[in-house]
Design a protein around this ligand. Sequence first.
Ligand code: IMP
Ligand code: MG
Length: 181
Amino acid sequence: MSQHHVKIHDKTFQIYISERQILQTVEVLAARISHDYKHKRPLFLAVLNGAFMFASDLLKEVSINCEISFVKLSSYEDMGSTGHVTEVIGLKEDISQRHVIILEDIVDSGRTLYGLQNTLADMYPASVEIAALLVKPDALQHPLQVKYTGRSIPNDFVVGYGLDYNGLGRNLRDLYKVTDL
Ligand code: IMP
Ligand code: MG
């Protein structure tokens, strides 16, 4: 499905980044990762739900030995002194001494991945890096280093290619951004 405008719930979205452009971006990321992680057998951790399409297309372009696991995150404020806590659900692999690459659809405030990075750091990985299809630099509020950024975008709400607006829109092949209308 590919169209210029889509209506989802109460909002109208307009075409923003085409599937073809997305796939070009994904190819570039996969080539960089394949180069950097040769002989390291990285373990990709794809963050559900949003990153499923990105993870699928990226893996097909990665040319080195690699593994992938899919995780769900649940974050909450700890009442104690720790503050923000991210619980990782579904991680069965032992990540100690592994080179981990987090796959995320979009980084907004950075809160989700900052919490995830902290949680993973306690599991003695050899390294942890982030590959995000989209980053909104103006929205970033946490000291997050995104090593592999597909595209930086303005602070607009986007849907499609796995990203949703209240549950809908993930099936769109292209990326759409909300219109002011
Ligand atoms: P953060 O923790 O503020 O960086 O938020 C990241 C998460 O918020 C992403 O994994 C998405 O699920 C969601 N998100 C942020 N911006 C958008 C957007 O523009 N469209 C759809 N989901 C978004
Ligand atoms: Mg997400």
